[in-house]
Design a protein around this ligand. Structure first.
Ligand code: S3P
Length: 195
């Protein structure tokens, strides 16, 4: 399912928003995979806030959480968002917790067309349990954690996003196609053919 969120800006206002697509959503929602595919299709560059933080800190996310804690990671994440200001023609994938810092939401919306990727909690759990690189899920009951975090974050994601796509039953290609269609409308790009 794809739907416009009530806060979708009027198209005439979108001229002020740089031509970037910003992907938000929970861990395992497909931001990196879909983001790379979108970048290829549009000839845009791909950047990921998690990778930026890791490069700038010269440490992996689990190491950053371990040595400095989550609050420090969140600061570095906001700083990465700030660094992205001025980028054009980029696909910007973001960490799943980026919306938990209230000041990040206007920053995200000023960076580009913000797309929320969602999936059913069972599907998210299936995807994230394949690897152990997410510090927030290293708990006794990770399934419960996923449900709790998703419930808290869903309204935050929705307040950040211009558009959302539920990827539960879609192939990555179909998610990409929906985002491409909507981005064309949002930025008023000339009509495009389906590849
Ligand atoms: C986090 C999500 C991760 C990463 C960190 C914290 C979160 O990014 O930023 O482990 O709070 O949901 P992905 O959404 O890319 O997995």
């Amino acid at each position: 399912m794809a739907r416009n969120l009530p806060r979708m800006s009027d198209a005439t206002q979108n001229h002020d928003i740089p031509e970037n697509i910003v992907l938000v959503g929970f861990m395992g929602s497909g931001k990196s995979t879909v983001g790379r595919m979108l970048a290829r299709r549009l000839g845009f560059r791909f950047l990921d806030t998690d990778k930026l933080v890791e490069e700038r800190e010269r440490a992996s996310i689990p190491e950053i959480f371990e040595s400095h804690g989550e609050a420090y990671f969140r600061e570095r994440e906001t700083s990465a968002l700030d660094f992205l200001r001025g980028k054009m023609r980029h696909i910007l994938s973001t960490g799943g917790g980026i919306v938990t810092v209230p000041g990040n939401i206007p920053l995200l919306r000023a960076l580009g067309f913000v797309v929320l990727l969602t999936a059913h909690p069972d599907e998210i759990y299936r995807r994230v349990s394949r690897n152990s690189s997410r510090p927030l899920l290293q708990v006794e009951d990770p399934r419960r954690r996923v449900l709790d975090l998703m419930a808290v974050r869903q309204p935050l994601y929705e307040s950040a996003a211009h558009f959302q796509v539920d990827s539960t039953r879609l192939r990555h290609e179909d998610v990409v196609a929906k985002i491409m269609d909507e981005a064309h409308r949002f930025f008023r790009w000339p009509a495009h053919g389906r590849a």
